[in-house]
Design a protein around this ligand. Structure first.
Ligand code: ADP
Length: 504
């Protein structure tokens, strides 16, 4: 019996099977299989239970929930589910720490703590990467080379700004805000926490942050790091729970600013809740980005950009290039190359260093992706998926693209948040701009062309917060990130990110 038969693979759209081994989507050629290259789990510590981290201490609560590894559905740990009362405790601790400690420290001293957090994260980078992949399903090569280094870079970057705010905003009077409430999603847990905590602390605020339901682990690892760095008690409070926990943060009158990353739906709820209050808010919400490929683009690089744009992190990326707009004259070439490339992607165990496509983050997300893909098929779009058998345990979805897509199809308009690309075509730059902007979102876009003047023309007319030219999904702590329209408002990263954490 071959390995494949033994593991009972399924070929359904969303089939299940044991992810104990990594496998290529390419038809198997004897002698050409990659050897397994699993990242070691020996050095990591995951407690069987995590309490809330409030006022520098572990605080028990009445209710706990499980967090599971989406690649094999095994339970990883029991996690505290913070009640509204727990949120009050965390906010009170943050308020006290703001009043008595953090706002009284010199900016230079604050910088030292932030710097220390970054240094300890560096020391524990491997452990953080492995846990991020186990809890979220993302390939280890991504958590190791993107999530964790970028998270660390944000702490270093904002440590540098803490005592230089006057240079960031010359001639202006400003002050810190107080307690900020931060709510993050499950696609980049530690990175989103860094985006939010680092600038908040640098500007002199204290924090209550809530992780997402399915990925709480690395935030509790961060709590350990914050303790080790000697950050004064109550300056950063880390809690976990679901939507009602988030809502309790939003509605707490002592929370003076909300920083939220998540769905547009919840973003709208938050706006309704804080209407009429003096709370500041930044919202980083959904997206349906156009990745626009002109006929004069370097095609092979563009195809890599398409793959990186939509299949990175299984497409669980708010700025994913989920709508490919390709110029008609090169459509067939691009599709041919894309098919070839999809067949070389390797789907499987997130902890294998060869894996390109890991597990879908949760059963719920898998159901959502499946429903939208089925709608594409029902509406007459043409689906392409590579030859691929999926593990029978865990949550998996084949890298997918659709051709024959009309702008009115659901898959062209709704955020799928999975490894699914919709391919549309255009003839002229004007048509490309119209199609790119034909969305309620405005978070990101990509433009591929050899001609600089064309790129400049496009970036001025495509309504998106971040536009990449001849690349995609590149991030740096010094460059601001954020959206227009229903993708939210406010910027994270760079000097612009500091502004959101100060009163002027
Ligand atoms: P996704 O669809 O990506 O899971 P959500 O917007 O549902 O995005 O979740 C993002 C974060 O918002 C999570 O931490 C979640 O617990 C939190 N959340 C969900 N509902 C609410 C709410 N009503 N108020 C505040 N936070 C919420």
């Amino acid at each position: 019996m071959t390995f494949r038969e033994k593991n009972g693979y399924s070929t359904k759209l969303n089939g299940n099977s044991a992810a104990s081994h990594q496998r290529s989507l390419k038809p198997k050629k004897p002698g050409w299989e990659y050897a397994e290259s699993p990242e070691s789990k020996d050095h990591i510590i995951i407690n069987s239970k995590y309490d809330l981290f409030i006022n520098g201490k572990a605080v028990k609560t009445g209710k706990y929930f499980s967090t599971v590894n989406p690649a094999n559905e095994e339970k990883l740990s029991e996690i505290a589910y913070a009640s509204a009362g727990d949120v009050d405790k965390a906010v009170n601790a943050a308020e006290k720490a703001y009043r008595n400690t953090w706002s009284r420290l010199s900016p230079k001293e604050r910088a030292k703590y932030i710097f220390r957090i970054a240094r300890i994260m560096q020391e524990k980078a491997r452990e953080l990467a492995v846990i991020e992949s186990m809890d979220g399903g993302k390939p280890i090569k991504e958590s190791k080379s993107v999530d964790i280094p970028l998270a660390i870079a944000h702490f270093f970057y904002y440590a540098g700004w803490a005592d230089k705010l006057k240079f960031a905003f010359p001639g202006r009077q400003f002050s810190s805000i107080g307690v900020v409430g931060q709510i993050i999603p499950w696609n980049f847990p530690l990175l989103m926490a860094a985006w939010k905590i680092a600038p908040a602390l640098a500007c002199g605020n204290t924090v209550v942050i809530k992780s997402a339901e399915t990925t709480p682990l690395t935030l509790y690892k961060l709590a350990e790091i914050i303790q080790e760095a000697g950050v004064p008690d109550g300056v950063v409070n880390i809690i976990s729970g679901a939507g009602d926990t988030g809502a309790a943060i939003v509605n707490n009158p002592k929370v003076k600013k909300i920083a939220f990353t998540g769905s547009t739906e919840v973003g709208k709820l938050i706006m309704r809740s804080i209407a009429g209050t003096d709370k500041k808010v930044t919202l980083e919400l959904g997206g349906k980005a156009a990745n626009i490929i002109f006929e004069d683009a370097p095609i092979d690089q563009a195809v890599e950009g398409i793959v990186n744009g939509i299949y990175f992190n299984q497409g669980h990326v708010c700025c994913a290039g989920s709508r490919l707009l390709v110029q008609e004259s090169i459509k067939n070439t691009v599709i041919k190359k894309l098919k070839y490339r999809l067949n070389s992607l390797r789907l499987g165990d997130p902890l294998d260093k060869n894996t390109d496509i890991g597990a879908i983050n949760s059963r719920q997300q898998l159901d959502k992706i499946t429903e939208l893909v089925e709608s594409g098929i029902e509406e007459g779009c043409t689906i392409y998926q590579p030859e691929c058998k999926l593990p029978s345990k865990g949550y998996w979805f084949k890298p997918t693209f659709f051709t024959n897509v009309a702008q009115s199809n659901r898959i062209a308009g709704e955020e799928i948040f999975g490894p699914v690309l919709s391919v549309l075509t255009f003839r002229t730059p004007k048509e490309a701009i119209e199609k790119a902007n034909n969305t309620q979102y405005g978070l990101s876009a990509g433009i591929w062309s050899d001609k600089g003047s064309k790129i400049f023309k496009m970036v001025n007319q495509v309504k998106a917060g971040v536009i990449w030219a001849n690349t995609y999904n590149k991030f740096n702590p010094a460059s601001p990130f954020g959206g227009y329209k229903e993708s939210g408002f406010g910027r994270e990263g760079g000097i612009q990110g500091l502004k959101e954490y100060l009163n002027f």
